[in-house]
Every structure is written in C-alpha cells, then in structure tokens.
Design a protein around this ligand. Structure first.
Ligand SMILES: NC(=O)c1ccc[n+]([C@@H]2O[C@H](COP(=O)([O-])OP(=O)(O)OC[C@H]3O[C@@H](n4cnc5c(N)ncnc54)[C@H](OP(=O)(O)O)[C@@H]3O)[C@@H](O)[C@H]2O)c1
Length: 254
C-alpha cells in the first residue's frame, strides 16, 4: 500500500479491462486519479468505486483522437490535484482487420488515430505539464503482436502498436535529461472485452491459451501490477523499454 502516495496519475482507456484494473490499483496505492474513455457511465461507476474505498478520482469522458481531449485531461489533473506525475496512455482498439488487401484507408487511418496518434497527443500534453514539476512517468500500452509475434489480418493494429515502441524510445531519449521516464508495456493475451471480442469461441480461446508458455491468459489485475512497477519509483532507472508482460507467448513454439 502507498507506493503512489502523493502522486497524481492520468489513465486513458479506464472504462474497462486493463485501464480500469490499473485505476483501481493505483488508487489503492494512494494515487489521485484522472480517468478517461468515451463511456461516461462506466467511468462514473469506476470513480464511485474508488471514492467508496476512500480514494480520490475524477473522470472526463472523451475520444483520444482529439487533441483538445488530451489537453483537457491534463488541465483537469492540474485544476483538481495541482500536478501530474504519471500518465498511462492505454486506450486502444483492434481497428479494422481482415485481409490487408481489403483494409480501407479510413479503417487504417482510424486505427492509427486511436492507438498511435492519440497516445502521442496524450504524451505531448502530459510531458509539457510534467516538465513543470521536474519529472514523471509516461507509459504506453503496446502489445507483443507486431513485435515478437506476427498474425495475419491485423496489419493496422500491429503497425500502430509497434509504432508506440518507436515513440517510447524517441520520447525517452528526448526527455530523459529532464527526469521524464517513458516505457511501453507489451501484454500477452489478457481476459478483457477486447480479447473476448477477438476470441469469441471456446476453441479460439483454447488456441490462444496454448500459445502462451504459462498455458493461460492474464487477468487485467496482473497487467495492472506491472504498470504499477513502471509508474512507481521502483522502476526509477527504467526508461525507453518495451516491457513484455506476456506469459511467455514471445518465446513459445507450440
Ligand atoms: N486484451 C488483450 O489481450 C491485449 C493484449 C495486448 C494489448 N492490449 C491493449 O490493452 C489496451 C486496453 O485494452 P483492454 O484489453 O483492456 O480492452 P478494453 O476493455 O476493450 O479496453 C479498451 C479501452 O480503450 C478505450 N478506448 C477505445 N477507443 C477509444 C477512443 N477512441 N477514445 C477513448 N478511449 C477509447 C475503451 O473505452 P471506451 O470504449 O469507453 O471509449 C476502453 O476503456 C488496448 O490498448 C489494447 O490494444 C490488450
């Protein structure tokens, strides 16, 4: 308890899955939270749960494709809590999949707009604020897909998510001298709405499970604990990394 005492954290994609679990863990560890996503009702129930447990949180619903939303989340953190120390840019979509010869330009662009440009716009405004206080930790949610393992039919998703690794390195090099750490977390399969939408039969879930050395998929809470490590001072010498939390999917040949 208390590993984030006195810290202010911003989390996107907090309405479900990994983002929601991370928000609950951060709050339990003492952080004051700004949470974002598009679904207002889910954000409100998250904030209520955090407050009921004695924590502090505020929500702002919006779409990460808009730069105004990125700046508004940071402004809310400063207005309500006076600073920003941690930002978890976690909002993401599978986007348009299927045969790459059939993917539309709009589908491609939209996937990149949410997964890559949205994360960049978030970091742009978050880092601008963190620099005023002498440092901070920025974390992106990437994936093993397109980094250590390739699958057919997910070109836009893989390209957008591996783009986050280049972004992580560029920002870590640029702002390291000013005390900003930037890392990407690369989950294996995690049991969330996104996972179930992609794997909606017991056969496909069994197949995905087999791909992992641990022969299971992760819970969102397991990912949250790794994000906590990157957010907290426990990782004070860690920056620019692509941090696999993948149950061994990257090293397994079935
Ligand atoms: N589950 C996995 O196996 C897995 C593996 C590797 C990486 N990931 C990554 O983990 C992250 C979280 O996904 P999850 O698995 O936890 O699934 P999830 O429960 O579907 O969460 C996705 C989150 O992103 C938000 N979001 C999507 N589009 C958005 C937009 N345009 N603007 C604002 N928020 C948006 C969603 O909220 P709203 O719908 O309310 O906007 C939701 O909170 C994603 O970046 C995903 O790519 C997941």
């Amino acid at each position: 308890m208390g590993r984030l005492s006195g810290k202010v954290a911003l989390i996107t994609g907090a309405s479900s899955g990994i983002g929601r679990a991370t928000a609950l863990l951060f709050a339990a560890e003492g952080a004051k939270l700004v949470v974002g996503a598009r679904r207002q009702a889910e954000l409100e129930s998250l904030v209520a749960q955090i407050r009921d447990a004695g924590g502090e949180a505020v929500a702002l619903a919006g779409d990460v494709r808009g730069e105004d939303y990125a700046s508004a989340l940071v402004a809310l953190a400063v207005e309500r809590f006076g600073r920003l120390d941690i930002a978890f840019n976690n909002a993401g979509t599978l986007g348009e999949g299927g045969a790459s010869t059939e993917v539309s330009a709009d589908g491609w662009n939209d996937t990149l707009a949410i997964n890559l440009t949205g994360a960049f716009l978030g970091a742009k405004h978050q880092i601008g604020q963190m620099l005023r206080h002498g440092g901070g930790s920025v974390i992106f949610t990437s994936t093993f897909v397109g980094y250590t393992v390739a699958f057919p039919g997910v070109a836009a998703y893989a390209a957008s998510k591996s783009g986050l690794i280049g972004l992580t390195q560029a920002l870590a090099a640029e702002f390291g001298p000013q005390g900003i750490r930037v890392n990407a977390i690369l989950p294996g399969a995690v049991d969330t709405d996104m996972y179930r939408s992609m794997n909606d039969t017991s056969e496909s879930q069994a197949f995905i499970t087999t791909l992992h050395a641990l022969k299971r998929v992760a819970t969102p809470e397991e990912l949250a604990r790794s994000v906590l490590y990157l957010a907290s001072d426990d990782s004070s010498f860690v920056t620019g990394t692509a941090s696999l939390v993948d149950g061994g999917v990257s090293i397994t040949r079935t």
